[in-house]
Write a protein that binds this ligand. Structure first.
Ligand code: TMP
Length: 238
């Protein structure tokens, strides 16, 4: 499937039209951004690593009956995906407190949460992706009904159960992650976007070393080395 004109360029990916109006090509970029794109960088090969990692994780979730937008991987940095209308809610799922949760609520970094926390954030860069409650989502018409919000929470938790176990088997703690969903032309809610070290936090089980985009956010270095290690652990035990 050939990529045609550029439809959209986001911070981490470009989306191209194809001859099929229901399919798009997603191209993973090497760019890295943090803190609402105030911090920017570029890591050669990062796009290819995220494409491979996301392909593996979407395949894992498909095996567990989670519907996704992924049709197939085309090459190192591109995937063929179903065209969906993205629900502008970032669904964040947390097992361990860190990042904005620790900052906002004063929970010590690294505290294991008493239960899995699901949060919604408004996918709007100009507003700085503010946190939303269910009523905000409904008031802003981000979803059709409350049952869609329940479905997003259910899917977030289900994805967490599958991925937490998968990464535990690979000596990585799944600290938290962000997922996005879209609606296809039949009205199905599909997991979309990507799941990668750009959108998840992984801590090494033995050393607690950060193996994700926090290496970039916090200027810890060895960003690509960490992403390569995550991919290696995903692949070594299939
Ligand atoms: P946070 O602690 O900064 O709110 O991030 C929670 C999780 O969501 C973390 O795994 C990083 C991910 N995330 C994104 O993928 N994109 C974003 O824009 C933000 C703010 C977080």
């Amino acid at each position: 499937m050939q990529k045609l004109e550029l439809l959209y360029e986001g911070k981490g990916k470009k989306l191209y039209k194809t001859e099929d109006e229901n399919l798009l090509v997603a191209e993973f970029k090497d760019d890295l951004t943090a803190f609402n794109a105030e911090k920017r960088g570029n890591e050669e090969g990062k796009g290819a690593l995220n494409c491979k990692i996301s392909t593996q994780l979407f395949a894992l979730l498909e095996e567990h009956d989670i519907k996704t937008h992924l049709v197939k991987t085309l090459d190192d940095t591109t995937q063929l995906v179903k065209k969906v209308k993205i629900i502008p809610i970032e669904v964040v799922v947390r097992n361990i407190a860190t990042g904005s949760l620790s900052k906002r609520l004063g929970i010590a970094d690294g505290t294991v949460l008493p239960f899995t926390l699901v949060e919604f954030y408004y996918k709007d860069d100009s507003l700085g992706d503010p946190i939303l409650n269910d009523e905000h989502c409904l008031m802003l018409d981000l979803v059709k009904s409350e049952s869609d919000l329940e479905e997003l929470k259910r899917l977030g938790r289900q994805i967490n159960v599958i991925m937490k176990k998968f990464f535990e088997e690979r000596r990585l703690k799944l600290v938290d992650f962000k997922v996005e969903f879209g609606v296809d032309k039949e009205g199905n809610i599909l997991l979309s976007d990507e799941i990668s070290p750009d959108s998840c936090r992984f801590w090494d089980m033995d050393t607690n070393e950060k193996m994700d985009k926090d290496r970039f956010r916090q200027g810890l270095g060895n960003v690509k080395v960490a992403y390569e290690e995550v991919l290696k652990r995903i692949l070594e035990k299939q």
